[in-house]
Design a protein around this ligand. Sequence first.
Ligand code: NAX
Ligand code: ADP
Ligand code: K
Length: 514
Amino acid sequence: MKILSAQQLAEADKSTIDKQQISSNDLMERVATLVFERIHQRLNGAPVPIKIFCGIGNNGGDGLAIARHMIQHGYQVTVYVTNCSKKRSPDFLVNYDRIKDVTNDWPILLSCKEDFPEISSQDIIIDAIFGTGINRALDGWMADLIHYLNESKTFKVAVDMPSGLYANTAHKKEDAILKADHTFTFQTPKLSFFLPETGDNVGTFEVINIGLDPEYMMQVAPLAQVISREAAQNMYQPRKKFTHKGNYGHVLTFAGSKGKMGAAVLSAGAAINAGAGKVTAYIPEDGNVMLQSSLPEVMTLQSEGEDHITDFEHSLKDTVLCIGPGIGTEKDTCSAFAKAVIKQSSPIVIDADGILILAQQPELLKDLPKDSILTPHDGELKQLLGEWKDDYERLEKAQEFSKEHNLILVLKGAHTITVAGSSQYVNDTGNPGMATAGSGDVLSGVIAAFLAQGYDPLTATVFAVYIHGASGDLAAQTYAHEGLKASVISNFIGASILQLFRNPQQPQEPQRTQ
Ligand SMILES: NC(=O)C1=CN([C@@H]2O[C@H](COP(=O)(O)OP(=O)(O)OC[C@H]3O[C@@H](n4cnc5c(N)ncnc54)[C@H](O)[C@@H]3O)[C@@H](O)[C@H]2O)[C@@H](O)CC1
Ligand SMILES: Nc1ncnc2c1ncn2[C@@H]1O[C@H](COP(=O)(O)OP(=O)(O)O)[C@@H](O)[C@H]1O
Ligand SMILES: [K+]
């Protein structure tokens, strides 16, 4: 699913109005009806007090139209309008008049702090103050209103966007942004929903298809794409009947050191669990017994170094190299790392200490095969790219780095973003239970396994990130977030591939918790 900028969404609105020969007010009515239906499905006429706060632009117009539908269906609604400017949008004004026809009274105007209504914990708040049109931080009593609403313990629903939040530009820390429990967003999710500095303001969200011009939606180059279940289904490559293990590739994991042999077990184990035909773990000598007894399916090759890898002399022909988990940064490990990456001619998966070594020896970047995949968490990313001032600069720097070095970057987090040149793919599977030691090692093995099975590097990466998160979601249904551990996530890889093609009505659909 495409993520568009606020400006592109405004263009899509315009194109829709032109091509579908409807007025902007007809579109607003369509939007409001769709939101009302979603709310009505959930509340089912419940006599809860609902307070709708409307701005004076089109988001406010949406709010007034939603309020009108709710009042006509017997809901207990009080409507407030934030009287912050004389510049009211034409469609706001149409709906301002229309609601009066239903209530025989004007909505309550708020012009200062003293006007703020009392909010009880029983209330439901609907926030239609600002949407994608916001172009500066809220100040004065408008900022106070947002803080006031945030302090209340009641359930808050945002229309299109939590008010105060920008769709795709950075905020200052102190900006007033509504903290919604749920957001009904229109046509596409916004980039800010997925970023760590702002995503928490959105609560859970659902995207309402408001029927914006399909032609525009098809041709527009998005800011980023969210990997949907359908997209992941299309990426999957089923196995053929008359095949053998040689058809599914050979992964060589270069991982582990004394005290961190688990990283080698996790990455090699995940590569086997995700379908690599053969997996060999290249490890320090002392890790051999542990690895062989943990993973009987995996072959081993041992470095001369007893407690860390000190050398690399092996052939990498027809092998996918997955390098870095738990290797440490000893001098001879760094030289062995350099030997291996220089020798390899097909895309490499580089994780953890491998990324730190690259940051220390950036001259190696030019030796990496095109489309190699780096999977840094933010600590590792900072070593590579330096500090960033906000989430958007992080993405810009990652894009520049990816373009300059012809690499794919996997920016791990609650919504992992895969950056390939100027394209960005946002992952929507996974849960906070995956914030547990070793889950990144598992991801590196999954990416390598898909590469080995013949997926192209970008598809292997995006699909692996999706499946890794989906495995965590499925595992969490049995183990809860707290009980998740990396080996458990790895053991659910097969189940999550099955789940990808299961009818969503069947049990065991992963619970989305964004
Ligand atoms: N054609 C339509 O009727 C549609 C309406 N939609 C709604 O329209 C919204 C966008 O509407 P608008 O472009 O009118 O913008 P908003 O309703 O988000 O904002 C209204 C106006 O407030 C002013 N403003 C911006 N920042 C401010 C600040 N910090 N303090 C005070 N005033 C400020 C701006 O001049 C802006 O135009 C969407 O989020 C959505 O809710 C669309 O989603 C669908 C189509
Ligand atoms: N809150 C979260 N929600 C979803 N996924 C998460 C969350 N926290 C971590 N993850 C995922 O877990 C993995 C953690 O990787 P990493 O930090 O490298 O762990 P480790 O170094 O212990 O292996 C990443 O794939 C990341 O996207
Ligand atoms: K809003």
